[in-house]
Design a protein around this ligand. Structure first.
Ligand code: URA
Length: 250
């Protein structure tokens, strides 16, 4: 395919990348919010190709197919790294043949006994940024504990607790339900220490029976995705991830 054949209209490119609908993209172009290779372009029919850099409000728009980004529902009993010395099953081995040889890597970790949302990608820069403490990507977990959790314990979790590797940063913690000696709490942290949520709960006297991650940065675990299931991220989800790592709003 020649370079000319690969080009597409700017508003189509923007819609395909999940920035906005084609119509809204046209308005953004007319409003002077879109640059191609550094120059403001106001003509909606302007053609862009693989080598062009498109920015909206100063933020580079991710090309949908430049890298692969997958949301995966990690089951309990699977290792979240790409390889395991002890021969246990890894999240990468859950992927079907269509992703064989694509070198997709998990972004961050979940314990062997934790389930929930994992992002896998071959975008190394994105992985670096999302796991870097400076970007502080938020992670939200559901934790089941066989106790009647008190308001004081929730306050301590939110305020920060002392662990052997230091105080935890302020978090959000709320009671979701409480029934028959099982409390379900939702906790949002933006650090990524080893077994952090389990250790935080333990520090306030709570045992973790089950732990599930339901959100990672702007991504939320899709309800229809059963453990072991995965899907490609949509364009707007990729753009939302970029927004977090570039620290700017579109
Ligand atoms: N905190 C934990 O304790 N375990 C995880 O897998 C993730 C966060």
């Amino acid at each position: 395919m020649t370079d000319i054949e690969e080009k597409e209209r700017l508003q189509k490119f923007m819609a395909g990348a999940g920035v906005a609908s084609r119509r809204h993209s046209e308005e953004m172009i007319a409003g002077g919010r879109v640059r191609v290779n550094g120059q403001i372009v106001r003509e909606p029919g302007f053609k862009v190709g693989g080598a062009d850099r498109v920015e909206v409000d100063g933020l580079t728009v991710a090309r949908r197919r430049e890298f692969d980004y997958l949301m995966l529902h990690k089951p309990v009993g699977v290792i979240s790294s790409a390889r395991d010395d002890r021969g246990r099953r890894t999240v990468v081995q859950l992927l079907g043949r269509e992703f064989g040889g694509r070198r997709l890597y998990p972004v961050g970790r979940l314990d062997f006994d934790t389930s929930g949302l994992m992002l896998l990608t071959n975008d190394g820069e994105m992985t670096y940024k999302l796991t870097h403490p400076r970007f502080e990507a938020e992670k939200t977990y559901l934790a089941w504990t066989p106790s009647l959790i008190s308001a004081g314990q929730l306050r301590r979790l939110a305020g920060g607790v002392r662990l052997e590797d230091g105080m935890t940063a302020p978090a959000r913690a709320r009671l979701v339900s409480r029934a028959e000696n099982i409390s379900l709490i939702e906790i949002t942290i933006h650090e990524g220490r080893n077994r952090q949520v389990r250790r935080m709960l333990e520090a306030v006297g709570l045992e973790t029976r089950r732990l599930k991650r339901i959100a990672f940065g702007p991504l939320t675990l899709e309800r229809d995705l059963t453990p072991g299931g995965y899907r490609l991220l949509r364009g707007e989800e990729i753009t939302a991830l970029r927004r977090v790592t570039e620290g700017r709003a579109l």
